[in-house]
Design a protein around this ligand. Structure first.
Ligand code: C5P
Length: 251
């Protein structure tokens, strides 16, 4: 990531990227959509729904289209199991893979070590690990019932610091927490942000949403957008509109 020239800047000059979330379990549907979108987005995100249904072969099918892949498996288990899961998906060579920050420092360290070892073993680029902070589906009451005695923002800040201190490559957070995360990590980490809704589009189930331009200006390095693109009459036109919006940062 290239910092801008001003001293002590927390701003980033690189354009914010657009990853399309292909949330569907049918490989034909996902592949057709991915082919249509391949000239208008920077990468594809495939999650648990697709991976559990189609396995590694299904992932390779989309990988073969040629764009970077974000494998959103949100791993969370004991360190050894997570490290082995990282090793298992390494041959798929996703550019990004997610773990839960709440898995703790030892789990994150084990996952990072596995990315290094597998890159050396396979001769492939190292997978970049992103830590999911607090799921946007969790309310403040949920946090209390889980025994987390702090606000969502404080919990996000703590989890961000924990993951950053052991060398995570980036974080995933809602639009509301971009500035908090950016403040904790400075300019040298990636921030992936779902919950993006272009002006005038349906919110669906996203409660903490922002427009593409807002999120880019707050410091997101990549936006993860699903239904506003995949549900559009013309998905690639919708993606191009978002790209245009984030191509010109006002900061
Ligand atoms: O369709 P939509 O734009 O809401 O899709 C957002 C994508 O980001 C989905 O794949 C969703 O699972 C994912 N996501 C999210 N909130 C998080 C983490 C991931 O919406 N905190």
């Amino acid at each position: 990531m290239k910092p801008n020239n001003s001293k002590n800047s927390t701003k980033i000059d690189n354009p914010t990227l657009l990853y399309c979330a292909l949330d569907n379990k049918d490989p034909e549907t996902v592949e057709n959509l991915a082919i249509k979108l391949s000239g208008s987005v920077d990468g594809f995100k495939l999650g648990l729904e697709y991976f559990c249904h189609n396995g590694p072969a299904g992932i390779n099918r989309i990988k073969n289209i040629g764009l970077p892949l974000f494998l959103d498996l949100k791993l969370h288990d004991i360190p050894n199991t997570v490290a082995e899961a990282v090793r298992s998906v390494a041959p798929l060579s996703p550019k990004y893979l997610t773990v839960h920050a709440s898995g703790g420092t030892e789990m994150i360290k084990a996952a990072i070590s596995a990315t290094h070892e597998e890159a050396d073993r396979l001769g492939t680029p190292r997978i970049r690990l992103l830590a999911v902070t607090i799921l946007t589906s969790l309310s403040p009451l949920d946090l209390i019932s889980m025994g987390i005695g702090s606000t969502t923002k404080d919990a996000v800040a703590k989890l961000t610091t924990l993951a950053a201190e052991v060398g995570i490559d980036g974080l995933v957070c809602s639009p509301e927490e971009i500035s908090i995360v950016r403040k904790e990590v400075g300019i040298h980490k990636e921030i992936f942000v779902p919950g993006i809704r272009p002006e005038g589009s349906m919110k669906n189930d996203q409660k903490r949403s922002a427009t593409p331009r807002q999120a880019a200006n707050d410091g997101a390095t990549a936006l993860v957008v699903g239904r506003p693109i995949t549900g559009a009459v013309n998905p690639s036109q919708s993606a191009k509109k978002i790209k245009d919006e984030i191509g010109f940062k006002s900061f």
